[in-house]
Ligand binder design. Sequence first.
Ligand SMILES: CC(C)(COP(=O)(O)OP(=O)(O)OC[C@H]1O[C@@H](n2cnc3c(N)ncnc32)[C@H](O)[C@@H]1OP(=O)(O)O)[C@@H](O)C(=O)NCCC(=O)NCCS
Length: 167
Amino acid sequence: MYNHYVERTAVTFEVAPVRPGDRIAWFREHSSGGRYRLVVATDGRGRVLGWATSSPFRPRAAYQTTVEASVYCRPDCVGRGVGSRLYASLFASVQKEDIERVVAGITLPNPPSVRLHRRFGFRRVGTFHRVGRKLGRYWDVAWFERPLYVEIEGRANTARPPQVPAA
Ligand SMILES: CC(C)(COP(=O)(O)OP(=O)(O)OC[C@H]1O[C@@H](n2cnc3c(N)ncnc32)[C@H](O)[C@@H]1OP(=O)(O)O)[C@@H](O)C(=O)NCCC(=O)NCCS
């Protein structure tokens, strides 16, 4: 599923097809607990329809309260609400974690992804131009952010975060 996007698109900046073994470290970096989650959507027969993750943003310790969100649906399952359900589940799963900010980078153009992120309360903060070269051209990446706690259409998308501890 992911390799479809690796090989044919610039939505991810990985350029070489990923083998299952390559993903073990990524898989271990995420779990069903803590800040860094992996949520998977399946159909009734266990076929994977998509996944979403919250991942470390940058390695320095003070960045720990920021996570980077990603979401991928099977190419034949886009536009059917799977991405929205994955994000709803992901943000619900981390609502009690010590996370202040969620960020996401979107290679342009990608209208479905921009719309999904806006729908989930992300605000565009800027664009890095020509920061990736893939498929014979350079690509711009727009960055989006949201606090973990947001209200969408008058309803809380996550619980209020715990008070920030004194330094
Ligand atoms: C981006 C992606 C995760 C969105 O998930 P999805 O299941 O297709 O999206 P949903 O059906 O939940 O719809 C989410 C929003 O996008 C909109 N949308 C869906 N397909 C669209 C399209 N082709 N063009 C414009 N908007 C679109 C929907 O209308 C909806 O917005 P709304 O609620 O304001 O009406 C999915 O399309 C995907 O996996 N794309 C390829 C991989 C990718 O680009 N991942 C993101 C990397 S940053």
